[in-house]
Write a protein that binds this ligand. Structure first.
Ligand SMILES: Cc1cc2nc3c(=O)[nH]c(=O)nc-3n(C[C@H](O)[C@H](O)[C@H](O)COP(=O)(O)OP(=O)(O)OC[C@H]3O[C@@H](n4cnc5c(N)ncnc54)[C@H](O)[C@@H]3O)c2cc1C
Length: 371
């Protein structure tokens, strides 16, 4: 690919990371981002968890991949990582899909640190509802710092970035691709040898406009609450799993904690499918009522950890979360990579978690000749 013109639709973490890697291989790379800011969508609105496998007792493959990506991501983005808190995983006595013993054995199997939590922590939970509390090792990332690091790296790699720029349509032109874009409201046409579609919840927008086959994807309208936690929880992350439970994690870029709940974070869902008219995820997002479920989240969580009742709600951040249909049954987070999807040179890339970028890159390098 050296010397090739590469366009990237989407200036989230996936688009930016890929842009740098391709530029370092000698490509001339241009990123088009719909918003006026980079990494302002799912790459900002997420739980900021650098996964270390614990979250996936029902998908050993995702757990093991996370164990490999964790040290790599933490080392590569050291200055963007918050590791200055204690991370506890809790297992509920009922409704849980795993028992405490199963969780402990699962951690052993994937080689992830997991010890019984000290009594000072166990006394914070309601023993009638919580079966076990484990001390684990998991970190959070600061999305704003990550964006700033990526911007510096892209500048050093001579990547061109265009914001307020929507890639609308792609079609074949000679040996390459013709792109129709809207840049600050003006329609423009440009050419590229390859286009990487890294638009996450909107991957099918571009495919639909280009009259190409849609990729089956499921979307959830999600709400994450940002809260001020009581002092005793300030340097703590708590995840009650595996079932209809919740998570309270440091959210470094806002210096607050994120509060999410498996039952109440997703407000509603829909799917992209060839069988019905396409619905634009960003339009659905704009039309969403954004009516908070904070009260429900807190009422449920404080039954398990009474001290959380003192959390001070600050605000909610919302985003469309996009999931591959096959993640439904086992909660796995595989990557999506479709090379030459409908057109030679058009490649669709999506990851279910931020550190999936390494798996995505691995697949891209395996399938497409990059150097
Ligand atoms: C609620 C929630 C919680 C999550 N929690 C975690 C977590 O704790 N840990 C973790 O690792 N992962 C988590 N994830 C997943 C993680 O956020 C995503 O895997 C990752 O951010 C995807 O990055 P991206 O660059 O593909 O998407 P995005 O950051 O959404 O970037 C896509 C970009 O494409 C732009 N775009 C759309 N259409 C066009 C177009 N036609 N032309 C140009 N630009 C366009 C958008 O404006 C957007 O900026 C979570 C996700 C959500 C939603």
């Amino acid at each position: 690919m050296a010397g090739k013109n590469v366009a990237i639709a989407g200036g989230g973490f996936f688009g930016l990371y890929l842009a740098e890697q391709l530029a370092l291989k000698g490509c001339k790379v241009k990123v088009y981002e719909k918003s006026s800011e980079l990494m302002s969508r799912a790459s900002y609105v997420n739980q900021a968890r650098v996964h270390n496998g614990y979250h996936y007792p029902r998908s050993i493959l995702t757990a093991l991949r996370s164990r490999l990506s964790f040290p790599r991501f933490v080392n590569e983005f050291r200055d963007c990582i918050d590791d200055d808190f204690d991370k506890y995983y809790l297992v509920a006595g009922s409704l849980s899909k795993v028992t405490g013993e199963q969780f402990r054995r699962f951690c052993q199997r994937i080689g992830a640190e997991c010890e019984e939590a000290p009594s000072s922590v166990k006394r914070l939970v309601n023993p009638a509802l919580i079966d076990s509390v484990f001390t684990t090792r998991e970190y959070a990332f600061d999305s704003h710092k990550l964006r700033d690091v990526m911007l510096q790296r892209l500048s050093a790699a001579n990547v061109t970035i265009v914001t307020d720029a929507v890639v609308e349509i792609v079609r074949t032109s000679g040996d390459g691709l013709e792109l129709v874009t809207t840049i600050s409201g003006q329609s423009e046409t440009s050419y590229a040898d390859h286009l990487f579609n890294c638009t996450y919840s909107r991957i099918n927008y571009l495919l639909n406009r280009s009259e190409l086959e849609l990729i089956p994807l499921r979307h959830e309208m999600t709400e994450m609450c940002l809260v001020e936690v009581p002092d005793e929880f300030k340097r703590m992350g708590l995840t009650l799993m595996c079932g209809p439970f919740f998570s309270v994690m440091p959210f470094p870029s806002a210096q607050l904690h994120s509060f999410s709940h498996v039952r109440y974070t997703p407000h509603y869902e829909w799917s992209d499918s060839a069988k019905k008219p396409y619905e634009d995820a960003h339009i659905k997002f704009e039309q969403n009522t954004h009516q908070s479920a904070w009260g429900y989240m807190l009422r449920d969580a404080q039954r398990y950890i009474p001290g959380l009742s003192e959390c001070q709600y600050q605000r909610s951040i919302w985003e469309v979360k996009t999931i591959l249909p096959r993640s439904d049954s086992d909660d796995s987070r595989p990557i999506l990579f479709r090379a030459n999807h409908g057109l030679k040179g058009l490649h669709c890339v999506m990851g279910g978690k931020i550190d999936n970028i390494y798996d995505a890159l691995h697949e891209i390098e395996r399938v497409i000749e990059l150097s």
